[in-house]
Write a protein that binds this ligand. Structure first.
Ligand SMILES: [Fe+2]
Ligand SMILES: [Fe+2]
Length: 292
């Protein structure tokens, strides 16, 4: 039996989780801008000693098998790319949130991070394979953050998986978001949106978090990005990497075709590339992490 979360409680939950560091926050603001310079990213990382150390550790990790050790931060960032820098920065601040066991979804610790990382890679690949006019690094970041609300409401959904599945099965129009709202008062997109505001995320990222299951509701100017992540999310789930009980219990909005022109062959390539890139990214980020 679940208990509904009030607005006040949701605000308390949001303020009880780690905040982003100043450099992570600035990095998200900067990389969301279409016309930013890499030199600004380099300067930002350079001014944060911990982040610099982590970036160098990642680039020199076994996953990248570089012959020569990279010691300069600008070379490291050029080699890794912005998306990996953003992953490191977010992981450092909010790693616990992403690694949390989602007992309310019967998902193990780390499943959310894996799902988010796969969604991030898939969203970026969708941009590449379709050639849409979107910043691929922004699609990646948005994918990484899209389901963060699950970490906020999971504990409150504990023991209710059977009820949630029953709700979704009972009526054709209901999906897992409806089940979350019926059971605890908020769905994970609403909870995630509250965190996005507390973290002062750029508006485009907040819109993805809020509307990734219903992209048609996103503001027109961000709708393409939201559709790219919507597709990336579904690709991650189709690949068998969801977050437990809710996986594949959402509807794919086929209107993505009005925004993203991608052939079935290209979608198959996306799925393949997600597997390859995931192995590399996950091991490089994990092996250089938690002991700091
Ligand atoms: Fe979601
Ligand atoms: Fe998702």
């Amino acid at each position: 039996m679940t208990k509904k979360i009030s607005h006040e409680e949701l605000q308390k939950i949001v303020t009880s989780v780690p905040m982003l560091s100043a450099s992570a926050s600035q990095l998200l603001q900067l990389t969301a801008k279409e016309d930013h310079d890499l030199i600004d990213v380099i300067n930002l990382v350079r001014n944060d000693a911990n982040l610099t150390a982590r970036v160098l550790k990642v680039v020199n990790s076994a996953a990248f098998s570089l012959v020569n050790k990279v010691t300069s931060i600008d070379r490291a960032i050029s080699y890794l790319g912005e998306r990996i820098i953003v992953s490191i920065a977010i992981g450092d601040c909010a790693g616990k949130l992403f690694q949390k066991e989602l007992s309310g979804y019967e998902a193990a610790g780390g499943d959310l991070w894996k799902h988010d990382l796969r969604t991030a890679i898939a969203s970026r690949e969708v941009v590449f394979q379709s050639g849409v006019d979107l910043n691929p690094a922004l699609a990646f970041t948005a994918g990484l953050l899209h389901d963060i609300g699950k970490a906020l409401i999971s504990d409150y959904l504990q023991g209710s998986v059977i009820d949630a599945v029953e709700i979704v099965s009972a009526e054709e129009e209901l999906n897992y978001l409806d089940a979350e709202e019926i059971l605890v008062g908020f769905d994970h997109t609403q909870a995630g949106y509250e965190l996005a505001k507390a973290w002062q995320l750029p508006e485009e990222l907040a819109e993805v978090i809020r509307h990734h299951h219903n992209p048609a509701n996103a503001k027109e100017e961000y709708r393409l990005l939201v559709y790219a992540v919507h597709l990336g999310d579904n690709i991650a789930m189709m690949g068998g990497f969801g977050t437990g009980s809710d996986s594949m219990r959402y509807k794919l909005d086929n209107n993505y075709k009005n925004y993203i022109n991608i052939t079935p062959n290209s979608l198959a390539t996306v799925m393949l590339n997600v597997d390859i890139e995931f192995e590399k990214l996950e091991s490089s980020l994990n092996n250089s992490g938690d002991e700091t």
